[in-house]
Design a protein around this ligand. Structure first.
Ligand code: ZN
Ligand code: ZN
Length: 362
C-alpha cells in the first residue's frame, strides 16, 4: 500500500503545537502514516515522529514487510530478548513535549516512557491523527471505490441466491467466500440475521434456518488494501407482506433523505435529522435506535460520527455511511446502508447494489 502522504501534515501540526516528538502506537495510525499494515499483537510496534525524521520500530519478524511497505521512514527491528522500549527511548531523544495517542497507549507503556521524557504531561496526538484520517485523499477514495465495487457484486449475487433452509451462519460463510473470490477480505465480521433476529442490529449469525416470508438482513463489506466498505441490505424470502413493504418503503425514504442532505458545510446532526424526521413523522422515531452513520476507511467505524444533534461539520473528502433502520422486537428490523463521499455540493454514493425488498427485483 502506498502511503497517503500525511506524515508531513502531522509533522506540521506538531510544529504548531510545539510537540517535538510523537510516539504513534495504534497499528491503524501506523498504517495510515507509513503505509505499513500489521497486527503486532502484544508486541511493540511504534512510529517515532520527529521534525527531521521518522523511525518505525517493529518486531524482527516484521522487518522485511515493513521495509517493503513503509515509505519515507527508517525501519528499526528489535529482536526477541531485546528491550524495544530502549530503542524507542533512544529514537525519541528526550523531547520537551511528547505526543502520544492517549486512547491507545496503556498506563504501563506510559510508565516505561516516562524515563525518556523530561516534562510531565503528554500531548494527545491521537485526536489530530483521527482528524486527518476523516478527510480522505484521492488515493484513499480510490481504494474505497474498489472495495465498494467488490461489495456490490457480492451483494447482488448473494441476495439472489438466498434460499429457505440455509442457516444464517451458512449465508455469512458464503458471503465471506464470495468476497475472497473477488480478491478482497471482509471489512468486519459479516452479519446475517433472519426473521425476528433482524430486530437486534448487532446480533451475530447463528444456526437459525431461513424460512419463506422471512426478513433477511445482511451487513458486511469488502476491504481493499485496508480500506473497508460497509453496506446493509434487507430482503424478504418470497413475497413481502403489507407491513414489510410499508416499513421498507419508509426506511428507503429516510435513506434517500439522508443522502440528499449530505454536502460539505452541513453538520452531522442535520444529516441525521433529515433521515430521522421521516421515521419520526411515521410514528417510528423510537424504533430507530442508533445514529444515522459513521466514517469509514482503514477502520469500519471512524470519524466523523453522525449522531442526533452532532455538531461535526462535514468536509469534502469525508467518507461516511448512511444507514437508517427500524427495529420492532418480536417482528423484525429493516436497515439500508450505503457509503458516500462528501462533496462540496452534495455527495457521491459509492455502494450501489439494488436496495429492493425482493432480491430478484431491480
Ligand atoms: Zn454496516
Ligand atoms: Zn455501518
Amino acid at each position: 500500500m502506498e502511503p497517503v502522504g500525511v506524515l508531513g501534515r502531522l509533522a506540521e501540526w506538531m510544529e504548531e503545537a510545539a510537540v517535538d516528538a510523537a510516539l504513534v502506537t495504534h497499528p491503524v495510525s501506523v498504517a495510515y502514516l507509513t503505509g505499513f499494515r500489521a497486527e503486532p499483537h502484544e508486541r511493540l510496534m511504534a512510529l517515532v515522529v520527529r521534525p527531521d525524521r521518522a523511525l518505525l520500530v517493529v518486531p524482527w519478524l516484521e522487518e522485511e514487510a515493513a521495509c517493503a511497505a513503509a515509505r519515507g521512514v527508517e525501519v528499526r527491528a528489535w529482536r526477541d530478548g531485546e528491550d524495544p522500549w530502549a530503542v524507542v527511548g533512544a529514537a525519541l531523544g528526550r523531547p520537551r513535549r511528547l505526543g502520544v495517542e492517549k486512547a491507545h497507549l496503556t498506563i504501563s507503556a506510559w510508565e516505561r516512557l516516562q524515563e525518556s521524557v523530561q516534562e510531565g504531561e503528554p500531548v494527545d496526538v491521537g485526536a489530530e491523527i483521527r482528524r486527518l484520517r476523516a478527510r480522505k485523499t484521492p488515493e484513499e477514495i480510490a481504494r474505497l471505490e474498489r472495495a465498494a465495487r467488490i461489495t456490490d457484486e457480492v451483494t447482488e449475487r448473494a441476495l439472489r441466491g438466498l434460499e429457505p433452509g440455509r442457516t444464517e451462519l451458512e449465508v455469512a460463510a458464503a458471503l465471506d467466500l464470495a468476497v475472497a473470490a473477488g480478491g478482497a477480505v471482509t471489512s468486519f465480521a459479516t452479519l446475517v440475521q433472519s426473521g425476528e433476529n433482524t430486530a437486534r442490529p448487532h446480533q451475530p449469525p447463528g444456526d437459525r434456518r431461513l424460512r419463506p416470508g422471512d426478513l433477511v438482513l445482511v451487513d458486511f463489506g469488502a476491504a481493499w488494501e485496508g480500506y473497508r466498505a460497509d453496506t446493509t441490505r434487507t430482503v424478504v424470502l418470497g413475497e413481502p407482506d403489507a407491513r414489510q413493504r410499508e416499513l421498507h418503503g419508509l426506511v428507503l425514504e429516510a435513506h434517500d433523505a439522508g443522502i440528499a442532505a449530505v454536502r460539505a458545510g452541513v453538520t452531522a446532526g442535520e444529516v441525521d435529522e433529515a433521515a430521522r424526521s421521516v421515521l419520526r413523522d411515521a410514528g417510528l422515531g423510537e424504533r430507530f435506535i442508533h445514529r444515522l452513520g459513521h466514517g469509514l476507511g482503514l477502520e469500519p467505524h471512524e470519524a466523523p460520527s453522525l449522531d442526533p444533534g452532532g455538531g461535526t461539520v462535514l468536509e469534502a473528502g469525508m467518507v461516511i455511511t448512511i444507514e437508517p433502520g427500524v427495529y420492532i422486537p418480536g417482528w423484525g428490523g429493516i436497515r439500508i446502508e450505503d457509503d458516500v463521499v462528501v462533496e462540496p455540493n452534495g455527495c457521491r454514493v459509492l455502494t450501489r447494489a439494488g436496495r429492493g425488498l425482493r432480491p430478484d427485483a431491480p
